[in-house]
Design a protein around this ligand. Structure first.
Ligand SMILES: [Zn+2]
Length: 247
């Protein structure tokens, strides 16, 4: 959100990006447990709230996520972390949004939660079975003309953990929330990873692509293409030394 506002002022945007890349003021968080909360998500949340503004790495998060009784490490901790963003509305930054964070490093800048969109509609059980049968118990996410196709219960080779398909409302919830729970065509079955992708990329309150999220989740080289496009768009250019000047 902070960066969004800066789009109105390219100079500020550039200095913000520079600051993120250049400064080395990373402070690492620490484990202040034991975390005895009932769910994996709640234990991860407690760890983050204990370490606002500090960097947490994978090992620390996994330690907090462990079952306090059995000490078992949950395989889906990564998905629970995503849900803190998408369902609870927390801001959790990663290497995707901050140039100075490494892969598997995360940071919650503050405890503010985004306000939630209205309550979720769900298909009824009969409709959900019809959706699963149509999908042949595989994830129906389409990308570049190809379906994800991960089967319920199989291990996700990208995200890790076992695939659990859940219903996704294809259109913004406001369209016809009363009829949709009975209509399989309004839904698709998605794996956990693609539920997160959809929530991040698609704003169901406006029915528009979330371009800011798309740029955040793109690779560094893709970001570079966008960065150069924006420079050009706002009348700036970069010389060989990486200096940015108004054209
Ligand atoms: Zn999928």
């Amino acid at each position: 959100m902070e960066i969004l506002a800066h789009f109105h002022s390219p100079q500020l945007l550039i200095s913000q990006i520079r600051k993120n890349i250049m400064t080395d003021t990373k402070v690492y968080g620490e484990y202040k447990g034991p975390y005895r909360q009932k769910s994996v998500k709640k234990r991860i949340e407690a760890l983050f709230l204990d370490n606002l503004g500090k960097v947490l790495d994978r090992e620390l998060i996994q330690r907090a996520a462990r079952d306090p009784k059995t000490k078992k490490e949950p395989e889906n901790w990564h998905q629970r972390l995503s849900e803190l963003r998408t369902d609870d509305g927390y801001t959790i930054l990663s290497w995707r949004n901050r140039g100075d964070l490494k892969v598997q490093e995360y940071l919650m800048p503050n405890a503010t939660k985004r306000t939630q969109v209205g309550k979720r509609v769900r298909p009824n059980n009969k409709t959900w079975i019809a959706i699963l049968e149509r999908a042949k118990y595989r994830c129906e996410w389409m990308e570049g003309g190809q379906a994800c196709g991960l089967h319920e219960g199989e291990v996700d080779p990208v995200g890790g953990g076992r695939v659990k398909l859940t219903p996704d409302h294809k259109n913004p919830h406001s369209l016809d929330p009363k009829a949709d729970p009975f209509n399989p065509n309004q839904w698709q079955a998605l794996c956990g990873r693609h539920q997160v992708t959809k929530k991040n990329y698609w704003d169901s309150s406006t029915g528009k692509m979330n371009t800011y999220a798309i740029v955040q989740f793109s690779t560094r080289s893709e970001k570079e293409v966008v960065f150069r496009f924006l420079l050009d768009y706002f009348g700036y250019g970069m010389d060989e030394k990486g200096e940015i000047k108004r054209k």
